[in-house]
Every structure is written in C-alpha cells, then in structure tokens.
Design a protein around this ligand. Structure first.
Ligand SMILES: [Zn+2]
Ligand SMILES: [Zn+2]
Length: 251
C-alpha cells in the first residue's frame, strides 16, 4: 500500500535495489578486471591511485605548493575541482566500459567514489548537474555517462539533480589528439546555462574523467555567465600528467 511512499522517502535505497535486481538477473563482472560476480572487486579498489593531500585547493592536483603553478598562472573559473583517483588501470577500464561498452550499471558503482569525495569537501551545494553531451554524441551513445554517475550521487547526498541546467550547444571533437591551444578552442563557448535554474545558486558539476579541467572550466564559465554563485566540479578520475610539475589546462 505504502510502497510508493517508501520509495519516495528512500529514493537512493530504491535506486540501489534496482541495480541489485539487475545484477541478480544478469550477474555482473568487475568493471576493473573482469572477475565474475561483482561489479567492482576489492583488488581493483585497492589498486586505485587515490588522490590525497597535499593537493592544489583550486584544481585538486597533487602538489607541494598551496596553489599549483598552473592555477597560479591561469586561475580556473571553477571554485574548486576534485578528482577521486588517477585515470589508470582498473579505474580506466571501468570508465571505458561505462562509456563505450554500455555497461551502464557502472555509473552507480563509480558514484560511490564521489559520495566519499562529497563528504570530504565542505561545499554547500544547491544542485548537482552532469556535464552534458552534445545531441549527436548523446544519440550515438544512447546515454550520458556523466548523468549515470551524477544522478545516484544526488540521491545519496540529498542534493537536487538538474540535467537541464546546462546544455552543450556545440558538438566538440574528441580531445585525445588535440594540442593544448586546440583543446582550449574546442570547448570554448560549447556550453550554455539556463539562468532560471542556476541564478544565485551553487552548482556541483559532475563528469567521469578530466585531463586538466578545460571542459569543466568551460561549463563553469557558462554557469557563471547565467548567474551561478559558485561552481564546483567533481570527476571520478583525472589524468595526472606530471608529478609536481605543470599541467597544461587543456581538456
Ligand atoms: Zn576487479
Ligand atoms: Zn591547481
């Protein structure tokens, strides 16, 4: 009788149970190593290169300075960017499977990492927004992997989710083969935000992976142009380009 109400009260639990049911019907294999029976195994968890202090308070890269040299030269429009772990090994495999092999259940698995991150930072957030895909990419893939991570995060930390706050108005090419200046140009003015949804609010944008934060930063520029008060960013994984050195601000 009151099942529906219970679900409304505990949407996150309900969401988790849906995936547990899916796993029961279609037994999963580990997103990191392929081991049968779990979506993410202990060995893969222990293999993660978690990013820990000391980090740059702005972009979140490991650094011995208080602010990293890149942020010193080119401050981010983001008020803070944090990544859970380095983009390598098991985590890289899991993100690939989520993105390119339609292993959509991994979105919920990866969202746990961001829940942990959320309770570590002390940011007061009004809405959680996934970094949007362009219409063409979205149609090709059938889903936005960032949304599959951002939605369970929003349920877990009780912050409203709004996928309509930000749109990608220009299709951008893959950043992989682009040089620094091309990457910056590639994402420039690619996003637009809805001021009715973001004006005066603090936004947390979520993506699967970043190299140096240029995409996240382009989102922050659009959100601030539409009146957002503060914009923070979370990614599951970050490519660590050099230890203690300078990171180019390119993707
Ligand atoms: Zn594994
Ligand atoms: Zn920095």
């Amino acid at each position: 009788m009151n099942n529906l109400q219970t679900y409304k009260t505990y949407p996150y639990t309900f969401y988790q149970w849906i995936w547990k049911l899916v796993d029961w019907i279609y037994p999963p294999s580990c997103g990191g190593c392929g081991k049968f029976g779990v979506r993410w195994c202990l060995d893969c968890q222990q293999s993660l290169a978690k990013i820990s202090d000391p980090i740059c308070p702005s972009c979140g890269v490991p650094t011995s300075n208080s602010v990293c040299p890149t942020c010193g030269d080119q401050p981010l429009a983001l008020d803070g960017l944090r990544a859970y772990a380095g983009y390598a090994g098991a985590l890289r495999n899991a993100i690939h499977r989520l993105k390119y092999q339609r292993d959509v259940a991994l979105g919920e698995t990866l969202s746990y990492f961001l829940v942990e991150l959320y309770y570590r930072v002390e940011w007061r957030v009004d809405i959680i927004v996934p970094v949007p895909l362009g219409v063409v990419r979205r149609r090709e893939r059938g889903y936005n992997q960032a949304a599959l991570i951002a939605y369970p995060l929003s349920l877990a930390v009780h912050v409203p989710y709004d996928a309509k706050a930000l749109s990608r108005i220009r299709e951008t090419s893959s950043q992989v083969d682009l040089g620094l200046s091309e990457r910056l140009e590639n994402v420039k003015n690619a996003f637009v935000a809805d001021s009715a949804r973001v004006n005066g609010r603090t936004i947390l944008i979520v993506d699967d992976v970043t190299t140096t934060g240029a995409t996240m930063n382009a989102c922050a520029v659009a959100l601030k142009k539409a009146g957002a008060r503060y914009v923070y960013g979370f990614v599951v994984a970050k490519t660590i380009l050099s230890k203690g050195g300078k990171n180019d601000r390119a993707s």
